[in-house]
Design a protein around this ligand. Structure first.
Ligand SMILES: Nc1ncnc2c1ncn2[C@@H]1O[C@H](COP(=O)(O)OP(=O)(O)OP(=O)(O)O)[C@@H](O)[C@H]1O
Ligand SMILES: [Mg+2]
Length: 293
């Protein structure tokens, strides 16, 4: 049975940065040495220096995702989740700590990971099709070929017939799928998704979650997903990382040993799911009771 409590690190009093790659960080990252990590953040810290002072966004964050794993990160608003995904995607450098893909350091290297940002960033003046091929174009694929390749995926992403529409004419769910398709077409095996269903109603959200699991089953991507939603984290993932309030650090790690394939209605109403949910909610409560901000 999964337990949260035995894997929650002690609250840290001394705020010293752990050197990356220590045994301690390895054990705290949730891997337990079961699988070799494909994507790994080791003791990542990030401090922003701005005109209005210093913001400590992340502190000593270690996570791993093995090939084909689905990992979720859950934490309160402002705890550094988007900052962490940007660092994983090479879009920002950590202040200390490092990121590895297949054991090789990739800090600041863009292109190894497909990143779906929190805002869908669809360009309003480009058709849906031309939005989805942006990554391919940047990677040097000729436009005609990129369009042909992308068109083939429109039915699977529920966007068939909307190729020449403009983003403003799409529903929220369709925009999210278009944005996901763009990330998917990056051709990367590792995808980091920043609240991909954040703006959707509960029903559409559940449909999209089930659909994403279908995509995952089919294509065996390695996925790191950020969410505020406990049900979403548990329903989708193999492992959930809980984050503290800012500066975000990992306060708990929970394995999700639910069988796949997962049918939404069956899974989220099962006693096993409820037990896991209670563990996460208790973990999140403990975290806020510590009041580390
Ligand atoms: N470029 C930046 N410059 C300065 N501060 C930043 C920058 N980016 C993020 N921050 C700060 O870092 C902290 C973490 O921000 P981040 O967007 O990563 O949080 P988040 O967990 O994704 O929040 P949310 O759940 O609301 O999306 C915030 O206090 C934010 O103001
Ligand atoms: Mg965010």
């Amino acid at each position: 049975m999964s337990k949260l409590s035995h894997r929650v690190p002690e609250p840290v009093v001394e705020r010293e940065y752990a050197p990356p790659g220590t045994l301690e960080t390895w054990e705290q990252d949730g891997s337990n040495g079961r699988h070799l990590p494909l994507l790994e953040a080791r003791a990542v810290a990030k401090t922003f220096e701005g005109a209005h002072g210093t913001v400590e966004a992340l502190w000593n964050v270690s996570i791993v995702a093995a090939a084909g794993e689905f990992v979720a990160i859950i934490g309160p608003s402002g705890c550094g989740k988007s900052t962490l995904l940007e660092i994983l995607a090479g879009l920002g450098a950590p202040t200390s700590g490092t990121v590895l893909i297949d054991g090789v350091e990739t800090v600041g290297r863009v292109g190894a990971v497909g990143h779906m940002p929190q805002k869908d960033l669809l360009l309003p003046w480009r058709s849906v099709l031309d939005n989805t091929i942006l990554g391919l174009e940047v990677a040097g694929t000729p436009r005609k070929r990129a369009r042909q390749e992308a068109m083939g995926w429109f039915p699977r992403f529920g966007l068939e017939g909307f190729e020449e529409h403009y983003p403003a004419t799409l529903s929220g769910g369709m925009r999210q799928r278009a944005s996901l398709l763009r990330t998917f077409l990056s051709g990367r095996n590792i995808l980091v998704l920043d609240e991909p269903f954040g703006a959707l109603d509960a029903l559409t959200r559940a449909q999209m979650q089930e659909w994403l699991l279908g995509i995952q089953d089919e294509f065996h991507k390695t996925i790191v997903l950020v969410t505020h939603d406990v049900d979403e984290a548990l329903y989708l993932s193999d492992r959930v990382y809980l984050m503290t309030a800012r500066p975000g650090s990992i306060s708990g790690i929970l394995d999700v040993p639910l069988d796949r394939p997962r049918r939404y209605e069956q899974i989220v109403t099962s006693p096993e799911f409820m037990k896991l949910k209670r563990s996460v909610l208790e973990g999140l409560k403990q975290r806020s009771a510590r009041g580390r901000t």
